[in-house]
Design a protein around this ligand. Structure first.
Ligand SMILES: [Zn+2]
Length: 338
């Protein structure tokens, strides 16, 4: 193993930290980037942040998550909201019983796995007046869209790299840096965006400044304290060099929160089978967007049905054992009185 002298950008530890070479494999340019893993806080981070990061976000990158909205009816929206009022806030029991016979509740999940209602409960959202902000959401936020279906209306997003502001279906997304966003929010989310941002401390402090007194910040990130990092190292699909500048450890994300006046109060592991089949693709030298990629098209038969089952089972297992390669971290403001 090689090592070289670096200063950790999370905990400031200056040391000879172990180094690793990651390669660009989403588009398959195979350009190499050095990372080091801090001896003290375990955060894996790119040694030198590239000057022109936009070079690694070609137009195809943004088209990977397009806005897909279907026509909705006002009456149906109202009835669905009543069902969620009961499911989320334990209100309207009778009306829910009545309409449950003819209005089915949509199954709203993040990445088709994690129930949105579970996140809202962890974030202590108590009514439909809650104000949401989604940081680094790109030009469309499927998270905010799901909240809109549930009946929430105060829905905002921010992303400095989009072409212009987007106002659609009751959701407003500003073309803005986090420091230029104003207001107060009850739940601020970063769904796989923090790892792309050069200045980690500044970002979390800015988010903390936008929190309502009992507000919550949810950070969803890839995690280096994981089975997949141990098994695949630089072939781990979520190392995603050089776009992922930081692969936090459980220790380093908690420390980052503390420095922003935030307490990490709970976490949920949310691995997908992607972290297994994507890493297996990289072992076989198949970029994520290659024509024969399983990620791009599940009809591409590069894996046997047994292998696909194995990936799904492993994703379940690492979630249960809390050693998944991605997790949701919930932060609240540190109560200065304690
Ligand atoms: Zn460190």
């Amino acid at each position: 193993m090689t090592a070289s002298r670096h200063i950790c950008r999370i905990c400031n530890s200056e040391d000879k930290h172990p180094t690793f070479i990651g390669r660009e494999m989403m588009f398959g340019t195979r350009e190499e980037f050095e990372y080091f893993q801090c001896n003290s806080c375990d955060c894996l981070q790119i040694s030198n942040i590239p000057n022109d990061l936009s070079r690694f976000y070609p137009p195809e990158y943004y088209s990977l998550s397009l806005c897909q909205t279907t026509k909705r009816s006002i009456l149906k929206d109202f009835l669905i909201k009543q069902r969620f009022r009961n499911a989320l806030f334990n209100q309207g029991y009778k009306i829910n019983q009545l309409i449950s016979k003819f209005i089915e509740m949509p199954s709203l999940r993040l990445d088709e796995v994690l129930p949105v209602s579970q996140i809202l409960k962890h974030a202590k959202i108590i009514n439909f007046d809650a104000r949401f902000l989604d940081i680094g959401c790109g030009s469309w936020s499927t998270w905010l869209e799901k909240l809109n279906i549930m009946g929430f209306r105060k829905l905002y997003g921010g992303d400095p790299f989009i072409k212009n502001d987007v106002i659609h279906n009751g959701i407003t997304i500003f073309k803005n840096e986090i420091n230029d966003i104003h207001g107060e929010f009850d739940l601020i989310t970063m769904h796989h965006s923090l790892e792309h941002i050069p200045n980690q401390q500044k970002t979390l402090i800015s988010a903390s400044n936008l929190l309502a007194p009992n507000g919550v910040i949810l950070v969803r990130i890839p995690i280096v304290s994981s089975y997949v990092w141990q098994k695949y190292k630089t072939k781990w699909v979520e190392m995603d060099a050089p776009r992922h500048l930081y692969l936090h450890s459980r220790k380093s994300i908690e420390l980052l929160g503390k420095e922003a006046g935030l307490e990490l109060y709970t976490s949920i592991s949310d691995a997908l089978d992607l972290e297994f089949y994507g890493s297996e693709q990289y072992l076989r030298e198949i970029p994520l967007t290659a024509p024969n990629s399983y990620w791009l098209n599940h009809d591409n038969q590069i894996f046997t049905p047994e292998e696909i089952d194995y990936f799904k089972n492993m994703a379940r297992k690492v979630n249960e054992d809390n050693v998944a390669g991605r997790a949701c971290f919930f932060f609240k403001k540190i109560n200065k009185l304690n």
